[in-house]
Design a protein around this ligand. Structure first.
Ligand SMILES: Nc1ncnc2c1ncn2[C@@H]1O[C@H](COP(=O)(O)OP(=O)(O)OP(=O)(O)O)[C@@H](O)[C@H]1O
Ligand SMILES: [Mg+2]
Length: 138
């Protein structure tokens, strides 16, 4: 994947969660992340893909490498599901509207460097996460 390329994967079935993990893992390795950060990125992506599957049914995951003064990866999760009524509540560790642990959203925020959540009830949800490569000048 070159820096200008965007990869995308629709989330239609549960299997697509695994496929998105795989593609994002490869992109993160290619970006230069070490194993620990690759695992963080893939774990966050997996939670957010699973949320699409569970709460919206279907959606789209896109990812791209970021280059310039900083190198990193950006992943966008978008769906046209029910949206999130109370974002502050949803971001609290332990809050779930279902039978989850309520750790997906707060966990993803902790694992990534940046996370933006845009959600409109009745319209859908878009979440953008980024992680930056810590450049080594040794
Ligand atoms: N894409 C989404 N569309 C609609 N609602 C969502 C979406 N993602 C999360 N939510 C809402 O936010 C709540 C919190 O999500 P979070 O991922 O933190 O926990 P969970 O999915 O309930 O449990 P866990 O992820 O720990 O198994 C969910 O219970 C759900 O109500
Ligand atoms: Mg979840």
């Amino acid at each position: 994947m070159s820096t200008m390329e965007v990869a995308q994967l629709p989330i239609l079935t549960e299997r697509d969660i695994a496929l998105s993990r795989q593609g994002i893992r490869e992109a993160a390795v290619e970006c230069g992340f070490g194993l620990t950060d690759v695992t963080r990125i893939v774990t966050a992506a997996s939670e957010l893909s699973r949320n699409i599957f569970l709460y919206a049914g279907t959606g789209l995951v896109t990812w791209r490498l970021l280059s310039g003064s900083r190198v990193g990866i950006e992943i966008t999760f978008t769906d046209e599901g029910p949206g999130i009524d109370d974002l502050d509540k949803a971001m609290q560790p332990g809050y779930t509207s279902g039978r989850g642990m309520g750790m997906g959203l707060p966990g993803a925020k902790r694992l990534m460097d940046e996370m933006e959540v845009h959600s409109t009830p009745g319209v859908g949800t878009t979440i953008v996460v980024r992680k930056w490569l810590q450049q080594s000048y040794a």
